[in-house]
Design a protein around this ligand. Structure first.
Ligand SMILES: Nc1ncnc2c1ncn2[C@@H]1O[C@H](COP(=O)(O)OP(=O)(O)O)[C@@H](O)[C@H]1O
Ligand SMILES: [Mg+2]
Length: 231
């Protein structure tokens, strides 16, 4: 059986402000989808919808044959999503967070090797409130790796990273993809998106423009898609 996320007829509005209009798509295991759109378009909203943090119609979301609204816990156990580093516990340490995720997701991943791989040795015993944004982004990525969840939704993981860390994160995304994870990763870093994605979803006019990555320059496509005529 091919495992996949299937989204059928997804519509969503905030009050009278439509965000998505009848979206249909699927994402299979081992596929990495880049999620791209200007600020305020709906990237975070889409990721929240896929995790049931915002409500939509029954039967819209199915992950590996499990419907979100029928079997919420079973559906959610298959994925990992933590929207941003504001959701980390400021008074707890990095190690506390990693131990917690390992226990909750019943994962076999070795925490020490993830700390080594992400070069977090200098700060894994520190409290979150003492860390820089880039360090907190590393903590979030470590939590995704340690969850070992089959499906990963990652919201703007490259924000606040130096160029070396961006390369390190790209390498890890490709490792996770090669391990068969299905991933949706939002970013404004078009060169990174072009290097790691199999497909890119550009959000525009409440729709998804689904672009297969054949090595074309994603920044050019971004500009063609989003720059207004006359700019
Ligand atoms: N809780 C909310 N209540 C009302 N409107 C919201 C809420 N969250 C987001 N929005 C609106 O939905 C739109 C999409 O937001 P968002 O998904 O955060 O965009 P992005 O992540 O692409 O920057 C924006 O216009 C934003 O103002
Ligand atoms: Mg967002």
């Amino acid at each position: 059986m091919i495992h996949m996320l299937t989204v059928t007829d997804l519509s969503f509005s905030f009050k009278h402000h439509p965000i998505f209009d009848h979206l249909n798509f699927s994402i299979h295991d081992g596929e990495l989808v880049g999620l791209v759109a200007p600020n305020g378009t709906g990237k975070t909203t889409l990721l929240r919808l896929l995790c049931g943090l915002l409500l939509t119609a029954a039967d819209t979301l199915v992950l590996n044959d499990i419907k979100l609204y029928q079997h919420r816990t079973k559906y959610l156990k298959q994925l990992f999503f933590l929207e941003n580093s504001n959701q980390l516990y400021s008074e707890l340490t990095v190690a506390d967070h990693l131990t917690y995720v390992k226990a909750m997701w019943r994962s076999q991943i070795d925490i020490a090797s993830v700390i080594d791989e992400l070069e977090m040795r200098d700060y894994y015993k520190k409290k979150i409130k003492t860390l820089s944004l880039g360090m907190k982004q590393h903590v979030l990525l470590a939590m995704y790796i340690i969850s070992d969840a089959q499906t990963l939704f990652i919201d703007e993981p490259l924000n606040g990273l130096d160029p070396t860390s961006i390369q390190q994160f790209e390498h890890i995304f490709l490792q996770l993809k090669n391990a068969g994870k299905s991933m949706v990763i939002s970013s404004h870093q078009m060169d990174s998106v072009g290097r790691v994605s199999d497909r890119v979803f550009f959000l525009k006019d409440q729709q998804i423009i689904d672009v297969k990555n054949t090595g074309q320059d994603m920044l050019t496509i971004y500009n063609q898609t989003f720059l207004k005529a006359g700019d």
